[in-house]
Design a protein around this ligand. Sequence first.
Ligand SMILES: NC(=O)c1ccc[n+]([C@@H]2O[C@H](COP(=O)([O-])OP(=O)(O)OC[C@H]3O[C@@H](n4cnc5c(N)ncnc54)[C@H](OP(=O)(O)O)[C@@H]3O)[C@@H](O)[C@H]2O)c1
Ligand SMILES: *[C@@H]1O[C@H](CO)[C@@H](O)[C@H](O)[C@H]1NC(C)=O
Ligand SMILES: *[C@@H]1O[C@H](CO)[C@@H](O)[C@H](O)[C@H]1NC(C)=O
Ligand SMILES: *[C@@H]1O[C@H](CO)[C@@H](O)[C@H](O)[C@H]1NC(C)=O
Length: 481
Amino acid sequence: MTQTNSEPVKFEKDTVLVIFGASGDLAKKETFPALFGLYSEGCLDPSTKIICYARSNVTVEQLKKSCLPYCRKSTTGNDEVKMKKFFNMVSYIQGQYDTDDGYIRLNDAIEDFEHERGVQEPHRVFYLAVPPSIFLTVASQVKKNVYAYNGITRVIVEKPFGDDLESSRELQKGFKPLFRAEEIYKIDHFLGKDDVRRLLTARFANPFLNQSWNKENIESVQVWFKEPFGAEGRGGFFDSTGIIRDVMQNHLLQILTLATMEEPVSNDADAIRDAKVELLKCMEPLGPKNVVAVGQYGKSVDGKKPSYLDDDTVLNKESKCLTFTELTFAIHNDRWEGVPIIMRAGKGLDEDRVEIRIQYKKNTSGMFEGCTPNQFVIHFHPEPTIFMTFNTKAPGFADKLHQIKLDMTYDQQYKKEWVPEAYECLIYDAFQGKYANYVRDDELDVSWSLFTPLLKYVEGPNAPQPEIYPYGSTGPKGILE
Ligand SMILES: NC(=O)c1ccc[n+]([C@@H]2O[C@H](COP(=O)([O-])OP(=O)(O)OC[C@H]3O[C@@H](n4cnc5c(N)ncnc54)[C@H](OP(=O)(O)O)[C@@H]3O)[C@@H](O)[C@H]2O)c1
Ligand SMILES: *[C@@H]1O[C@H](CO)[C@@H](O)[C@H](O)[C@H]1NC(C)=O
Ligand SMILES: *[C@@H]1O[C@H](CO)[C@@H](O)[C@H](O)[C@H]1NC(C)=O
Ligand SMILES: *[C@@H]1O[C@H](CO)[C@@H](O)[C@H](O)[C@H]1NC(C)=O
């Protein structure tokens, strides 16, 4: 029997979702497409009310038009009709973030809706799709003016949760008096539930993998993030962020943690997060000794793509901002002592790929002494794929070894199935009050503790000089094999 995810779809009726900053980039590219995806696959109850809130003077019709190019086709067709019905659930309120007026109108709109539906216990979800500089402003106003005292309130917050340990703690401190821990959903959109489950299932539902997943058998663990484009048009944001803060401290560390942590004691959200925190505590804060290579992309070889510094949106023309970093470090526990962990991330590279690669050891004796060692690889992006390299005999008379791929590409295996994307899973979970795939504060704290010293070094007076690598290449020379 094949086990599928047959968890029944359970709805909370008459939920109100408020999207703050609904006029922005995130709402257009991710939030609306995800909500429409859930709706069209029957995973968002039609009784839901979606209220957009922002300062701009825009209409629902304009929001609909701008998100359209980012919406996926549904598996059952008839999307135009569905789109129309979906946007009938949406309304828009124009208001400021820092004064009561708009929030009072928002509260009136919510109460009118709840009253009309005869709602006894309100269920309100607030999505903060606004810049981090106003997270606390909006959060305080939500608490003051629109909090569901006699029902359920949930607040979804987007990364970044601070720029270092100190600012992250500052933000946590600001949220603390406003909401209980279980009311706050901090999104790390990189891993949807499907990705996380895929990794945990591979490791723990296949005992042979679990049993070889340790220092006795594994040579190294490698996490790779490769982006084929640079900071084009977003240099302002990127120059103050850098590749380490943008993807390594959060996304890549998440992948690594899930791939190396011990088996959680249960399927419970907090058991999984406990296992993650335990693992992170086995690592030492990162610093200069962990840096293998740092780089910044230059012009492409054909001269068509501009260097990082030539980008109009990068204002500091002497910026040492890293667009590439390779780190190596250790995990000090029984399972991993002595196994190098390699983490690499770069923009303006030759490929579009995010993966974790478990490199097995070479066999140093026996009949096939020295044959190519096995690898177990999970691609998260662009296509969910799991594969293993496997030694076999090449066809023909000669006794020749050949390494092949045992390949499980999701889209080929599950052609007809709707595989929810990261934001779809996350929003769905928040509606249901499931927080396993959201980031817990102690997790955030440990991850910033690990990366803050490294950030201080690469952004400080003795910052390493990045090696310039051509846009579209494999990155700086001297990166590990
Ligand atoms: N874009 C992405 O792909 C992405 C990915 C991951 C995380 N995020 C995070 O998601 C959040 C929203 O991102 P976004 O790209 O949508 O941001 P955005 O487009 O810059 O901002 C969203 C909306 O917030 C309002 N706003 C912008 N700057 C403001 C300011 N200085 N003061 C007050 N209001 C301001 C604007 O709406 P009005 O002027 O109409 O009020 C804007 O439409 C951020 O925390 C970001 O870090 C974004
Ligand atoms: C909003 O824009 C519409 C036209 O798109 C205009 O008629 C209306 O006066 C504007 N409202 C405000 C408050 O600026
Ligand atoms: C995985 O391996 C560990 C240690 O080798 C063991 O304690 C645990 O029971 C194993 N779990 C599964 C599901 O195989
Ligand atoms: C290599 O193979 C030999 C025998 O074929 C076996 O005893 C040994 O454990 C193997 N080593 C590894 C690292 O798999």
